[in-house]
Design a protein around this ligand. Structure first.
Ligand code: SF4
Length: 101
């Protein structure tokens, strides 16, 4: 899960520098997500399978802002399902919730 390096504070963005790792000269990622296997973002608080939340939600990078949980607006997200399966969790139910007017 990488993003343009300038989304971090050092580039004028919001993402705290100390929570990022450099992927290459152009991209950074959240610490803990450098590997595809066994990754857990350093900013994820709580216990997976019980209750979790992003501890820097207002400062999260663009990939996190663009990622919808499976079931949002009645649309499945296979990437969400895959991430949950990685932790032994079933896909979320698909329930349509109308957006606020
Ligand atoms: S939403 Fe927050 S906890 Fe989840 S990957 Fe993004 S920064 Fe990490």
């Amino acid at each position: 899960m990488s993003f343009y390096w300038a989304e971090a504070e050092i580039g004028g963005g919001l993402v705290p520098d100390e929570l990022t790792s450099q992927v290459n000269p152009h991209l950074s990622c959240m610490k803990g997500t450098e590997s595809r296997n066994g990754c857990r973002c350093v900013a994820l608080g709580g216990e997976i399978g019980q209750a979790t939340a992003c501890t820097m939600y207002e400062k999260r990078p663009s990939p996190c802002r663009e990622f919808e949980y499976s079931g949002y607006l009645g649309i499945a997200n296979p990437d969400c399902d895959k991430a949950r399966a990685h932790h032994g969790l079933a896909p979320l139910p698909i329930i349509y919730v109308a957006p606020a007017a």
